[in-house]
Design a protein. Structure first.
Length: 321
């Protein structure tokens, strides 16, 4: 599920004059099945989209959402404990930990806000979603702040999250590995951009997972990426020169991740050549080589899994540190 699919689902219901409830995991412990930022939508017809962690807890929260929609409940926040050994509200699960869920009733009066969100996502423009009792707000901003939740009481809380600018996988190389990486990165919610210098490659024609395919010189890639912590560069070109040109163009860019495929000998050769070209020695430390977690991958599909796993680790390590 991608962000745009969830917000489009909400907008479709509003256009059909139906109210929905947006459930958001505002806070969670490490062992909780629903992690911070997870979202689910429940409609008047009991249709659901997304997840807040699954299991009996999710079933109960769907029923509670329907009670909210039809005026049988009014509380817009719940803290659920995943254990049967607590005096507080239980989730029905026993995996340990807790999660805080907020409930936002959305109707036609919020249509303009939802349209702003969908527009921002489609245009890859950052904005801040703000949820509080009885309110849902959205403001476009260039500033990217960490997701934040503050709680004073059930009547006074606020949840903030950046929405709009997606996680972007920039893949240099549209061959077999590039195709496999596109598939995996798309499946875990990334916006996928593939660069290649060739037009007539069947793996590019087969690539239905990429959101954009750009035919360009590899040395130009650095000027085409959006910098920031939501950008990840994956270098898997079919040739030594392509890897070198791409790396030289992106190595000094402000991105979250740069990884390059290749043998240790090939990587050393490229690094030595870039040193001769004047690239700062410290910049090589940020390049993940050989790319991916070491799982002894052989096929393009296995290599793609190892790359995705390394990127997930980089993306999430700050959250659990």
């Amino acid at each position: 599920m991608s962000n745009i699919e969830l917000w489009d689902f909400i907008l479709d219901n509003l256009n059909a004059y139906k109210k929905v409830v947006l459930l958001t995991v505002a806070e969670s412990s490490k062992s909780s099945p629903g992690r911070k930022g997870f979202k689910m939508v429940v409609t008047e017809d009991a249709e659901q989209f997304g997840t807040i962690g699954g299991g009996i807890m999710e079933k109960d929260m769907i029923e509670y959402s329907l009670d909210l929609l039809f005026g049988n409940e009014t509380k817009e926040i719940k803290k659920l404990y995943h254990t049967d050994k607590t005096k507080f509200e239980k989730s029905g699960m026993i995996c340990g930990g807790y999660q805080v869920i907020t409930f936002s009733v959305i109707d036609r009066s919020h249509k303009n806000v939802i349209e702003k969100i969908t527009s921002s996502i489609k245009e890859k423009q950052n904005g801040e979603l703000i949820l509080s009792p009885g309110k849902i707000e959205y403001n476009r901003t260039d500033k990217i702040n960490p997701t934040a939740f503050t709680y004073e009481s059930d009547e006074q809380w606020q949840y903030k999250e950046n929405i709009g600018l997606p996680l972007i996988a920039y893949i240099a190389g549209g061959g077999h590995v590039g195709l496999a990486v596109s598939r995996v990165m798309k499946s875990i919610g990334f916006y996928v951009v593939v660069y290649d210098h060739r037009e007539d490659v069947f793996t590019i024609e087969q690539n239905k997972y990429a959101d954009e395919i750009i035919i360009t010189k590899y040395e130009a890639i650095g000027n085409k990426i959006i910098e920031g912590d939501r950008s990840y560069v994956i270098i898997v070109t079919p040739m030594h020169a392509g890897d070198k040109d791409t790396l030289k163009s992106v190595i000094d860019k402000n991105v979250k991740y740069i990884g390059m495929m290749g043998s240790k000998k090939k990587i050393k050769t490229i690094f030595d050549e870039l040193r001769e070209d004047g690239v700062d020695e410290k910049l090589f430390e940020r390049v993940h080589t050989p790319i991916g977690l070491e799982i002894y991958a052989e096929s393009p599909e296995e290599i793609a899994v190892s790359i995705a796993a390394e990127i997930i680790k980089v993306k999430n390590e700050q959250k659990v540190s």
